[in-house]
Design a protein around this ligand. Structure first.
Ligand code: NDP
Length: 457
């Protein structure tokens, strides 16, 4: 008889947990997985996918307006929130079912309940009370919107991105706290759907850590489009009176709205998992502390994805899952590679970036040449919209290697994916210059920026 029920038991059926469980099963291991909610995790259920669907929905308004310059007459428009939410729910259910089907097809046994550690080799399933032992465990429980990190009195009167996906009614006025990915993306979603949006953030600009010029471009665009930005403020209190909420800033202002949404970071799901009973140590922000192979301080317990608070991005969790399976089940120790991870913010227009910003490059001791281009996208010569795109390359002055690529413009995310291939291959500015432009596109700017804009330091 086998010493344990499973070779691997995975806790959490999100992108990372599902990938790891399937790959380990396909490698011939006996694998079980527990998920207490719905398969698909943050990305599929209340993150990337529904968010992108909402982003598409939010862009039609401007597209209808832009169509006039091209000769179209668009009849009176009407948007129905309930239809969007229902159609989104249908698609999310389809995707979640597909995750389940794929996991089953790989031979993984599924448990639709919460699992908590009883000791380093045993978990208990909370609904059934069933105890399960495994030789190895993978913690892939993800994260949740941070409520408790805030100092906000009355935070129970606020929603987070979790609830935003299921609101009964589209708010007429919404206050969003937090100037990170989620705050910026939802500000654009709600604004595009016709809400009156106020974005409150504690820094002077949104998107800390992004390229400074790109941040400036976005701030200017938000101003033009009518998203109200309240910089240098945090919310201290939120009151509810009937259907109305009142958001108080630390500087004495009160903003009235129908909803207040908190988007002030996400917190790893480590509480109540019995990690102390398994002897697993936590690090910063109560995240599971892991080494380069995603191994915790306990030899047979690994953790991947948002619960480790490394880079909270779906493709990174999937990459960590693949490295875990290679390391543990395929005899090929593979450390995770967090170098040159592309990322995008789905504002309007989008921001997409890979590699070093000017600031980071200088901090790392590089002397840099910067190439940049600002232009009005061809489409807007007829639409009349005054949006400008900005493309920027940060280049190592010594070797001419491209260190970073930053784009503010339509389809930026689509473009940056391929720029990532070039940067991963160590492309130099000459390599970019040698590529023949594809005309007329916005992406051609990347290979036609011949004149250096400036050098630093
Ligand atoms: P972010 O870390 O992106 O932003 C958090 C924001 O909240 C920042 O503006 C931060 O301010 C602010 N903040 C933090 N704590 C407080 C506080 N106590 N009071 C007031 N403001 C505070 O987190 P998000 O929640 O937006 O997103 C979480 C993660 O999810 C992201 O980091 C990203 O990895 C991932 N994500 C990725 C997306 C994508 O790929 N498109 C989309 C959505 C999420 P400050 O900058 O001053 O620290």
């Amino acid at each position: 008889m086998a010493a344990y029920d499973y070779d691997l038991f995975v806790i959490g059926g999100g992108s990372g947990g599902v990938r790891a469980s399937r790959m380990a099963a396909l490698a011939g291991r006996k694998v079980g997985i527990a998920e207490e909610y719905q398969f698909g995790g943050t990305c599929v259920i209340r993150g990337c996918i529904p968010k992108k669907l909402f982003v598409y929905a939010s862009q039609y308004g401007e597209d209808f307006e832009d169509a006039a310059g091209f000769g179209w007459t668009v009849p009176e428009r009407h948007f129905d929130w309930k239809t969007l939410v229902a159609n989104k729910d249908k698609e999310i259910a389809r995707l979640s079912d597909m995750y389940v089907a794929n996991v089953k097809k790989a031979g993984v046994e599924i448990f639709d309940e919460r699992a908590e550690f009883l000791d380093p080799h045993t978990v208990v399933l909370k609904k059934s009370g069933k105890k399960i032992t495994a030789e190895r465990f993978l913690i892939a429980t993800g994260g949740h919107p941070s409520h408790e990190a805030s100092q906000i009195e009355g935070s129970a009167n606020c929603i987070t991105s979790n609830e935003a996906f299921y609101l009964e009614k589209l708010p007429r006025r919404i206050v969003i706290a937090g100037g990170g990915y989620i705050g910026v993306e939802f500000a654009h979603i709600f604004h595009g759907l016709g809400c009156d949006v106020t974005l409150v953030f504690r820094a002077d600009k949104v998107l800390r850590g992004f390229d400074e010029d790109i941040r400036d471009c976005l701030m200017a665009e938000m101003h033009t489009s009518g998203i109200r930005c309240v910089a240098g403020r945090t919310l201290t209190r939120v009151d509810r009176k009937g259907d109305e909420v009142f958001a108080f800033t630390g500087k004495g202002e009160v903003i009235e709205a129908d909803r207040v949404m908190l988007a002030i970071g996400r917190h790893p799901n480590t509480r109540g998992l019995g990690l102390d009973k398994a002897g697993v140590k936590l690090g910063k922000h109560e995240a599971v502390a892991v080494d380069d192979y995603s191994k915790t301080n306990v030899d047979h317990i690994y953790a991947i994805g948002d619960v480790t608070d490394r880079l909270q991005l779906t493709p990174v969790a999937i990459h960590e899952a693949m490295c875990f399976v290679k390391t543990v089940f395929e005899g090929k120790p593979t450390p995770v590679d967090h170098h040159l991870v592309p990322t995008a913010v789905f504002s309007r227009p989008e921001i997409a970036t890979v590699g070093l910003t000017e600031t980071k490059a200088l901090e790392q001791g590089y002397a840099i040449d910067v190439y940049q281009s600002t232009f009005r996208p061809l489409k807007h010569t007829l639409s009349g919209r005054n949006t400008r795109a900005r493309f920027k390359l940060v280049v190592d002055a010594k070797t001419n290697k491209v260190l970073g690529c930053h784009i503010f413009g339509f389809d930026a995310a689509e473009i940056i994916q391929m720029a990532t291939v070039a940067l991963k291959m160590g492309a130099t500015k000459e390599n970019f210059d040698a590529a023949i432009a594809l005309h007329p596109t916005a992406a051609e700017e990347l290979v036609t920026m011949r004149t250096k804009s400036y050098s630093k330091p």
